[in-house]
Every structure is written in C-alpha cells, then in structure tokens.
Design a protein around this ligand. Structure first.
Ligand code: NAG
Ligand code: NAG
Ligand code: NAG
Length: 437
C-alpha cells in the first residue's frame, strides 16, 4: 500500500502526456502505463543517473520516460527564475513506504512511476508495425501492417502465392499478368520474355510446390506427366525471383506426336537455380509408339535425356527431326542421321527446346514444345520434356517402341516429396505458414 502521504495519480494524466509524444520518442523510449506517486517539496539526492537543466517539470517527466533505466525524477525550480529548473533522473526510486528517505526541499518535487510496461514504438513493434495508444484497452499496442500480427507484429499470417502460366499456351511465355487480378500476386509480377519476376515479401521459410507441365497427348498415347517437387526453402524479403512456369506441349493427332512439356524453374537474383521440375515427354503418334515418359524426380532426363543441366538428345534408327527437351543451361538437340552408322549425331536445331538460361522457349516444328524447354514434334515422334536436364527421344523405325522422355528436377532446399505427377500446365505454389519471423 502507498502511504497516506503519497498521492496516487491515475494513468490518465500521464497518459495524455505520453500520447502526445508517442511519435517523437527516441527508439529506446518506453511508455508508462500504471500509477505514479508524487511527493511535493521533496527531492531524492542519491540514485541519480543524469542531471540536466530543463524548463518545466513536464519536460523532466518526458526525459525520464524516454530513458530506459529511469523510474523516477526530481524536478527543482530555480527559485530566482521560475522558468528554469534542474531535472534529476533516478534509476531505482524508493520503496513505497520509505518516503522519509527523501529530503525536504521547498522548490522540488519528486515523482515516481509504478508499473512500467516496456512498449517501445520502434523497438518492440516488429516488421514496421506502429505503436499507438489503444484507449479502449488503456494500453500501448502495435498496429501491424497486413500479413503481420501478434502483440509485437512478430508473426506472419499464412499466405500463399500461386504462379501459373497465366493462360498462355505454346512455346513462348505469357505477355500479360492480368490473370493475377484478385490473387495475392495482383500487381506484384512483371514479365521478362515470359519469365515472371516477383519480389519476396517476407523473410520466412516457404513451402514450394513446383510442377512441370505434361507432354502433349495424341489420339494414340498420352503425354507424360509433369513432375511435382515439394520442398522447404528460406527466402529473404526483397529477393527478386525469376520464375518460369512450364506450359503443356501441343496435342498431337493419330499420326503426329505431341509436343514436349515445359519444365518449371525458379531462380534467385544472383542467378542461383533454386528449383526446377521436369516436364513430361510428348505422346507418340503411332499405335506402336509409347506414352510420353513422365518428368523425372532425379536430375537426369529420361530416354536419352540430358544430365547435369544439359539438354536431352535424340537417338534412334530412323531419319527424323524431332527435338529433345532443354535443360537448365544446355539446349535440347536433334538427330543428324548417318546412314553409314545407322545412328544419330547430335546437332543444334529449332526443334530442340532452349535451356532456361537461353530463355526457355519450347522448340518449334510440326508441333511446338511447351515454354520451359519442351522439344517440338516431328512426324509421329513426340518431343522431349524440358527440365533441370532435358528429356530425350528414342526414335525407332516405323515408330515401334519409340518414346519421348521427361525432364529432370532439382531442388536446392529441404525436399519433402518428389515424384508427384501433374497433368496440364506447370505451376509454382509458394506457401508461408503462420509463423514468427
Ligand atoms: C476480380 O473481382 C472483382 C470483384 O469481385 C470482379 O468483378 C472481377 O471480375 C474479378 N476479376 C477477375 C480477373 O477475376
Ligand atoms: C545421370 O546421368 C549421368 C550421365 O549419364 C550418370 O553418370 C549418372 O549416374 C546419372 N544419375 C542418375 C541418378 O541416374
Ligand atoms: C542454345 O540456343 C540458343 C538460341 O538458339 C543459342 O544462342 C545458344 O548458343 C545455344 N547454346 C548452345 C550451348 O548451343
């Protein structure tokens, strides 16, 4: 209990004072939320952190509230000049029942704050939250900017971002982001030759679901599925990601193969590849040929596919100009058929899907490969899928047993699952769990 000589002033008085100065405080300022006791004609001569000339008691009180270690002040008017005074800041104050340790001084006043709540505007409100005085709850609170919450805006709300091909088909990427209207990506994505640029809004661990596109189907055979890689990655606010969403290979017919599916790629602004998910191979157009092979969970493409980021290759026993899938840094190639050896020699061609580093355009030919390095078709042969390493093609005589391979995959972080199958265009889902950061 406070002694009878102690006057308890409720918070309202000081609240008004602190309210006005909320925005002006130093970063280490703190706010008073409690009671204060005052003793007139008294001074504490010890326990002084700092002493300063000051014009009024209010200023002295503000000085104490702005100093982390201050719990009390003594303010003494200069008797000869009423506009001047000396302010002493105290670190420990006095126990409630020991007012007698104060010295009697007519020109001084001693004031001690009880029950500080440390609630600094800029120090305790995280993530650009602002401190304000919440009158209904009679306390200082942080007003958080959207997606942050918690007493000190230290948490981030669950939020997800789904990147799509924005409705675009074929071997080139999207040219408009209007498909993101009303999504969490609205106004946040810009395009660079079909590659989507997006800046990470919060530093946190994100779950990435990366899906490659499927290969084009034909009347005879289905295209291979795009592969799905799920993993966790720590991303830093402000990092600009370059995202290529793989597009489906074009459909074939009863005589023409399907285009290779594009891989989906995610790269950071230091040109580090973060993730890639392989696209599926195009379906064969002959009854004796095969379904396109699925995108691969491992780094290598399938069916004479590339490895270590290279494009796929075409091998076989029949003259053809089908394109293999592009990889991260190597283009998909074609077959230059040698009748002498009855085998293919690799060569550059427009049917091969381009590597991600060369723009990721699908190959062009009878039927185009999907954006993301899908290989183009030729006759009844389906194109290879794009991916970390491109899918290849096995082109056999009369199409018997011929098949287009899927692209390989890559993930730089902690992989949770791989080998999922996606049917259709690729996508990237970035999910942020509700978390502290
Ligand atoms: C976005 O939402 C508004 C209002 O709900 C709606 O009128 C508009 O058609 C939506 N736009 C798209 C692209 O979905
Ligand atoms: C990938 O391909 C390379 C080259 O053919 C080979 O050495 C390696 O073993 C393959 N890796 C896997 C996982 O199959
Ligand atoms: C890949 O293709 C692009 C476009 O045709 C070309 O500029 C680049 O040199 C090719 N890269 C390789 C390694 O052949």
């Amino acid at each position: 209990m406070l002694t009878s000589k102690v006057i308890v002033v409720i918070f309202a008085l000081i609240g008004n004072l602190a309210r006005c100065s909320c925005w002006d405080r130093a970063t280490n300022a703190r706010y008073f939320d409690g009671a204060v006791f005052v003793r007139h004609k008294s001074a504490l001569k010890t326990d002084i952190i700092r002493k300063m000339k000051i014009v009024s008691e209010i200023k002295c009180s503000q000085a104490c509230l702005s100093e982390n270690s201050c719990v009390a002040h003594t303010y003494c008017r200069t008797p000869s000049s009423p506009d001047k005074g000396t302010c002493y800041l105290h670190q420990n104050g006095i126990p409630e029942d020991e007012a007698r340790v104060l010295d009697k001084k007519d020109e001084c006043i001693y004031q001690q704050y009880i029950g500080f709540i440390e609630a600094t505007c800029t120090r305790q409100c995280n993530n650009k939250g602002k401190c304000f005085y919440d009158y209904s709850n009679k306390q200082y609170s942080c007003r958080c900017i959207p997606s942050h919450f918690g007493t000190y805006c230290e948490k981030v709300q669950a939020i997800s971002f789904r990147f799509t091909n924005l409705g675009k088909q074929g071997n080139c990427g999207p040219t408009s982001t209007s498909g993101y209207a009303n999504t969490t990506l609205h106004g946040k994505v810009t395009l660079d030759k079909g590659i989507q640029l997006w800046t990470v809004p919060f530093s946190a661990f994100y779950t990435l679901t990366v899906a490659g596109a499927s290969g084009g189907k034909t009347t005879m055979h289905s295209g291979g599925h795009g592969t799905v890689v799920i993993g966790i990655l720590q991303l830093t606010k402000g990092t600009q990601l370059r995202i290529l969403i793989g597009q489906r290979g074009v459909k074939g017919t009863s005589v023409a193969g399907g285009g290779g599916g594009g891989g989906t790629f995610v790269e950071d602004d230091n040109y580090n590849l973060l993730a890639a998910a392989g696209g599926g191979g195009g379906g064969g157009g002959q009854i004796t040929s095969k379904d396109g092979d699925d995108g691969q969970a491992s780094k290598n493409g399938s069916v004479f596919g590339g490895f270590q980021g290279l494009g796929g290759t075409v091998r076989g026993t029949e003259i053809n100009s089908v394109g293999a899938g592009g990889g991260f840094h190597g283009n998909g190639t074609c077959c230059l058929f040698s009748t002498a050896t009855n085998a293919c020699v690799f060569h550059k061609c427009q049917q091969g899907g381009l590597s991600f580093l060369n723009g990721g355009f699908g190959g062009t030919g009878n039927g185009d490969g999907g954006f993301g390095g899908g290989g183009a078709t030729s006759d009844h042969f389906g194109g290879g899928g794009g991916g970390y390493s491109g899918g290849g093609v096995h082109a056999t005589s009369l199409g018997s047993g011929s098949q287009a391979g899927g692209g390989g995959s890559f993930f730089i972080g902690n992989v949770k699952s791989e080998g999922g199958r996606n049917n259709g265009d690729g996508y990237l889902l970035l999910e942020l769990k509700s978390s502290s950061n």
